[in-house]
Design a protein around this ligand. Sequence first.
Ligand code: FES
Length: 176
Amino acid sequence: MTIDLNSNLLTLDYLTEQEKIAIDHELQIMETREACSIEALKIVQLQRGWISDDSLHAIAAYLRIPSADLEGVATFYNLIYRQPVGKYVIHICNSISCHLCGYDAVVSAIKNYLAIEYGQTTSDGMFTLLSNACLGACDQAPVMMIDNQLYQSLTPQNVVDILQTLQAADNKGVGR
Ligand code: FES
């Protein structure tokens, strides 16, 4: 295993004490350092919003695993963001049941309302739109997830209502 010494030096300054403590906690309960990868990525993403290259190298060095291995985990796991995202990330299911139950109209409504395409973020930084494999609620298709909350039985109308509710809450300062 090759460990980048520069990354080790970077880690000393890069990760916060809070992040290190949280990762150390995971290291205590996981069987291997590799098994901590996803949790460590989530911990840093929670603080910083996304995983930059510097974050990735710092986490890899802290876990003492190759950056390439951690990159593989980050790329595979679609709830880890490798580029900046909006305050709310919309994960809309694009698997078969949702496709059969109105996905096209729902995703068009989202794109039209927010004026973004897949992978883009609104100019106000509020919403990012991403596609997702099955979210496990096929009997309530079409489905999307925002902030770990599942929204089911979507229509072009109610999906816009949901987005407007989030915007209104944010304007009142009660959004997250
Ligand atoms: S296919 Fe969309 S939730 Fe399963």
